[in-house]
Write a protein that binds this ligand. Sequence first.
Ligand code: ZN
Length: 112
Amino acid sequence: MRCLRCNRELEAGQKSVALYLFAQTVGIKPRQKSTAHRISFCPQCSVSLAMGPPPEGALNLAAWDMIRDLVGSDPALNQAAWENLSGILGLLPATGTDGGPRQGQSTGYFEF
Ligand SMILES: [Zn+2]
């Protein structure tokens, strides 16, 4: 599993937000049901999305609402995002003087 937004790998049991999506016919016989898709977001992206402006598209908006609901109702998800973030910061060198410029980290902002 990977985070849909940042493509970070999410190992089994790792903290994340999962969205399950399936389609089903209503009022049509025989009733049909698509396979269920699981979409995952890491805690940082979940919090970042929830704090950010509403996305475009009705389906995106529906998912954003659900994530906001989770982020807004309990601080546990924020805490998980904070733990991940401080874990990453802990891995960085104390000074910026060892080695050259870091590769692949030129942008300091999140892309939606
Ligand atoms: Zn992510």
